[in-house]
Design a protein around this ligand. Structure first.
Ligand SMILES: [Zn+2]
Length: 153
């Protein structure tokens, strides 16, 4: 039941993995010379439109960790809570339950924004910066998520 990936998913996936400096955020192995074996792993699945491209709804996981954590949802949640904090994971999960209509022009704007964020992080890598480098969602998207984080379930 895999959802089709579009260019928005591709740029988001690359950003999530570049953010992690191409290391698995579970086992720590380096995939900088083997990009295809590092995945963008969603905490709340991509069918949730509101959180599909949110920075705090994904982690970079190698094929093995992605499969293992996919089969062990409680471990996946614990791991996400360790990375982002219990409150954030709970809030993003709440936002995921409240759909967001994203207009085509907004999607295009998000794509351009994420392309710029990717270029910004890559430029920092060239200066020798290691470790995780955060990226931000477009303002309107972050505001929509923040609103939904506070909604009752
Ligand atoms: Zn791994």
């Amino acid at each position: 039941m895999a959802l089709k990936r579009d260019k928005h998913d591709s740029i988001f996936s690359e950003l999530v993995r570049e953010r992690a400096n191409w290391c698995c955020e579970s086992c720590g192995r380096d995939f900088s010379t083997n990009h295809a074996s590092l995945h963008c792993s969603h905490i709340n699945g991509r069918r949730h439109t509101s959180t599909r491209w949110h920075p705090l709804n994904a982690l970079a996981h190698c094929v093995g960790c992605h499969r293992r954590l996919g089969e062990e949802p409680i471990q996946f949640t614990r791991h996400a809570e360790y990375e982002y904090g219990v409150m954030t994971v709970e809030q993003v999960a709440r936002a995921a339950l409240h759909p967001m209509k994203i207009k085509p022009w907004q999607k295009e704007e998000m794509y351009q924004h994420y392309k710029q964020e990717l270029a910004r992080i890559k430029a920092l890598r060239i200066t020798g910066m290691l470790g995780r480098i955060e990226f931000a969602a477009p303002d309107w998207y972050q505001q929509g998520i923040t609103l939904r984080m506070g909604e009752a379930t």
